[in-house]
Design a protein around this ligand. Structure first.
Ligand code: SF4
Length: 65
């Protein structure tokens, strides 16, 4: 599974990198960068990615195969 951020939707609210610094960090342009975009079948990271998806106010985060 891969974590994707749609920068057209992202409003740089920061919840993803504040809550899940193991997956995201703020890039120089203010948009989040995915640190581990291919999380494979790691259940812990998958749980965190799904939490980030739930709290993102712009529905900008998604998981893809
Ligand atoms: S939580 Fe969503 S809107 Fe906020 S910075 Fe992350 S991707 Fe962008």
């Amino acid at each position: 599974m891969k974590v994707k951020i749609d920068t057209d939707k992202c409003i740089m609210a920061g919840e993803c990198y504040y809550n899940h610094p193991e997956l995201f960090r703020m890039g120089r342009d203010g948009f989040p960068t995915v640190l581990t975009d291919d999380i494979g079948d790691d259940k812990g990271l998958l749980k965190h990615a799904n939490e980030a998806i739930e709290v993102c106010p712009a529905t900008a985060i998604s998981l893809e195969d």
